[in-house]
Design a binder for this molecule. Structure first.
Ligand code: UD1
Ligand code: CA
Length: 470
């Protein structure tokens, strides 16, 4: 079966009130126009033409040069849009799928069903329709007494009686290519909107004696995105579909209403996702993990059995059986080994942290290499920025760092060494050695009494005036 497609994406997107075309907004983490292209690729349709307008650059950036672009200079309606693909369509036999560029929910199954219907019944066109609770604004499918499609009437041109029809045009069609071309050539613009309506091809083809079929699909699959309200509705429906897929794969998602998962995310069975969690990009989570609540992972690989609580992590790898969070920030290019613990207010960036290492509280690790079984005391800082360059340190296996220590750029802490609490380490510490980098403590006997600085029970009271009225 020879198939090609024309996607209409030249609209001004006026109602989005944005500098971007509506078709580049993301739903489920994927640009709307990419959902359309992928549905076409899924059914084996790689001959794709896109009708684009002034904002074509951002569309080209997403779809690349494997598809054809036709520029529609003036926006004179959907019929006029498809006419711009005339050169692309001429000389082709078989079928042309026509789709709007703003419908992310378009399903490959429905397209397949429409192709089968046109092919086995010899129709000139099959319209993909849906039953809408509120059909206001849509083109209505007008059928005769026997149920055959007669024409499509736009809402603005419809009679009061036609406006009662609940079956709407999704703006998705399959045409016999030569018949599409012949009917496009005869479109006029004498209607309420003074536009060349693609929908008028249906009446023209029926006038020529051809039969038109219809395939009814789920209304949600036809949803278009014209403003930010419809964008949010589409995002919600897509998200619920993605979440259902994961739940059917054995992932426990406690609160689907506050969990957001992008289309490419993978999650192993027996993993639990707690409320307020967002999983983005190509995040891949193993089995038996506990993620959340209130956690955002963007392009993160997570091994089996790991717990991540109230954490933000981006473009990094976290091993198996780790304990991350709460309130941990893992930044790009970080690789965390297995059995690692990173606790509250720990930030790691562009570093490797090998297995069984622990940084439970208030620690910054930047641009550094950390070995196995290292203990970071509370408040350890790798001073990775000398004011000119970013360069971290090397901390070898089994090092013990006492609390509140600073480890300066390029320093190497040798295997099994100790760092005394409160040290600022500016030079390498040899393996098995102890590094102390602090001034020696001095106690002055009776200093307080001599200076008359006894504080006793002189407690400071809270100033009542500072209380906030709520
Ligand atoms: C269209 C259909 C209507 C259907 C509805 C479904 C027509 C005349 N009407 O109406 O029956 O129920 O979709 O949503 O076709 N576009 C261009 N160039 C143009 C005009 C439109 O590329 O000159 C693109 C738009 O960017 C959009 C698509 O075509 O992606 C549909 O256009 P739109 O103006 O939204 O059509 P509707 O009035 O909604
Ligand atoms: Ca529309």
């Amino acid at each position: 079966m020879e198939i090609c497609s024309v996607v209409m994406a030249a609209g001004n997107s006026t109602r989005m009130k944005s500098k971007h075309s509506k078709v580049v907004f993301r739903v489920g983490g994927k640009p709307i126009i990419k959902w359309v292209a992928d549905a076409l690729y899924e059914i084996g349709c790689s001959e794709q033409a896109y009708i684009v307008g002034d904002r074509q650059e951002e569309i080209r950036e997403i779809l690349g040069e494997d598809v054809i672009y036709a520029f529609q200079e003036q926006r004179l309606g959907t019929g006029h849009a498809v006419m711009q693909a005339q050169t692309f369509l001429e000389g082709r036999d078989g079928y042309t799928i026509v789709l709007p560029g703003d419908s992310p929910m378009v399903s490959a199954d429905t397209l397949r069903r429409a192709l089968e219907t046109i092919d086995s019944n010899g129709y000139a066109c099959v319209i993909i329709t849906a039953l809408a609770d509120d059909p206001t604004g849509y083109g209505r499918i007008v059928r005769d007494e026997e149920g055959h499609v007669q024409c499509i009437v736009e809402h603005k041109d419809a009679t009061e009686e036609q406006r009662q029809i609940k079956e709407i045009n999704s703006s998705m069609y399959v045409f016999k290519t030569p018949l599409l071309l012949s009917s496009l050539g005869r479109l006029g613009a004498s209607n309420a909107q003074k536009e060349y309506y693609l929908t008028d091809t249906i009446g023209i083809l029926i006038g020529d004696g051809y039969k038109i079929g219809a395939v009814i699909c789920d209304f949600d699959d036809t949803r278009g995105v014209n403003d930010c309200i419809q964008l949010s509705e589409a995002q919600k429906i897509m998200n619920q579909r993605i979440i259902r897929k994961h739940m059917l794969n054995g992932v426990q998602i406690m609160d689907p209403d506050t969990t957001w998962i992008h289309y490419a995310v993978e999650i192993g069975p027996d993993t639990v996702i707690l409320p307020g969690t967002t999983l983005m990009g190509d995040t891949r989570i193993g089995s038996d993990c506990m993620i959340g609540d209130y956690t955002r992972l963007d392009c993160v690989k997570v091994g089996d059995g790991t717990t991540i609580d109230n954490t933000i992590a981006t473009q990094c790898t976290i091993g198996q059986d780790c304990r991350i969070g709460p309130f941990t920030h893992i930044r790009p290019d970080t690789v965390i080994g297995d059995h690692v613990t990173l606790g509250a207010y720990v930030e790691v960036k562009n570093s490797t942290v090998d297995e069984y290492t622990r940084a439970r509280h208030l620690t910054y690790i930047g641009d550094s290499q950390v070995g196995k079984n290292v203990n970071f005391g509370c408040g350890t800082v790798t001073c990775n920025f000398d004011g000119q360059d970013k360069k971290g340190c090397i901390i070898e296996d089994n090092v013990f760092i006492g609390g509140n220590s600073n480890i300066l750029s390029s320093v190497v802490l040798g295997k099994d060494s100790y760092i005394a609490a409160g040290s600022t380490i500016t030079e390498d510490v040899p393996a098995l050695g102890l590094g102390i980098g602090r001034s020696k403590q001095v106690n002055k006997d009776e200093w307080v009494a001599k200076k008359s600085r006894m504080r006793g029970s002189n407690y400071i009271r809270l100033d009542d005036k500072r209380r906030v009225e709520v």
